[in-house]
Design a protein around this ligand. Sequence first.
Ligand code: PEP
Ligand code: MG
Length: 322
Amino acid sequence: EKAKQKKLVGEPSVTADGECVELAANIGTPDDMRGVLENGAEGIGLYRTEFLYMGRDSFPGEEEQFEAYRTVVERMNGAPVVIRTLDIGGDKNLPYLDLPEELNPFLGFRALRLCLEKTDMFRTQLRALLRASHYGNLKIMFPMVATLEEFRAAKGLVEEEKKRLTDEGFSFDSQVSVGIMVEIPSTAVAAASFAKEVDFFSIGTNDLVQYTLAADRMSERVSHLYQPYHPAVLQLIKNVIDASHAEGKWTGMCGEMAGEETALPILLGMGLDEFSMSASSILPARSLMRTLSGNDARALVERALVCGTADEVKELVHAEIK
Ligand code: PEP
Ligand code: MG
């Protein structure tokens, strides 16, 4: 099995009836690139930049960040690299960042919310990203977007830094894509309005599931309620994909669900464009993809969306892929 999958390293991700998708990898640091290349990822769908900020006692500067981002885009050799801006707060803190104590940190001051207030820190990251965009196919992605105003504010800062970099004589990709993670239900529901303004979506199911079912992703006590296959979650995912396609934009997924065997037929049937997962899941996913049919997957989605429970959805899919 392993040896058979190894043969798929340089192969496209295509279904039995000839439909292509992109199978990409999630990374945390440039050191993860080895696994990405060994497993034949077609892109990076999520570069979690918080690791650059962790385990130290001050913010990483523009040069240091620029080097890290440039290394990754160069090693991907023109393939897409989606880099997420700092997603700190919630469960992840920084010793040098004075965050308020909150009763519900996952509903509080985190990720983009924090970046839009600590704009010096945020601008430094945006400048490093823009400068690295000159060296490959880099895309900027904002985490935890709840409202269109937040997206506009963040995009506005990108535009301001582009102007400054131009004045300072730096090169960057003036057409760089700017997209958002969809991990808050408001954004999934209102995807049609976002789709007019963003360049792409990437669905973050790890958070989207916890917010949709109000079940903490870290809590053992409510883990039975943490249900990626709940029909409500499936409807949100489908809404995002449909909304993006109506505006000629693409949608990826970078939560754990994107690499799950059970999810692949459903997401394929919904028309997901990019699946981003841990590098070790790519070859098994590519192997499964080659046994699936796009038409059968679309019929499966019709049936999954009218299921009453997550278990019914899973049974349906398992009967299909047996
Ligand atoms: C997600 O929420 O699905 C996601 C990919 O982001 P993280 O797991 O880093 O919160
Ligand atoms: Mg998240």
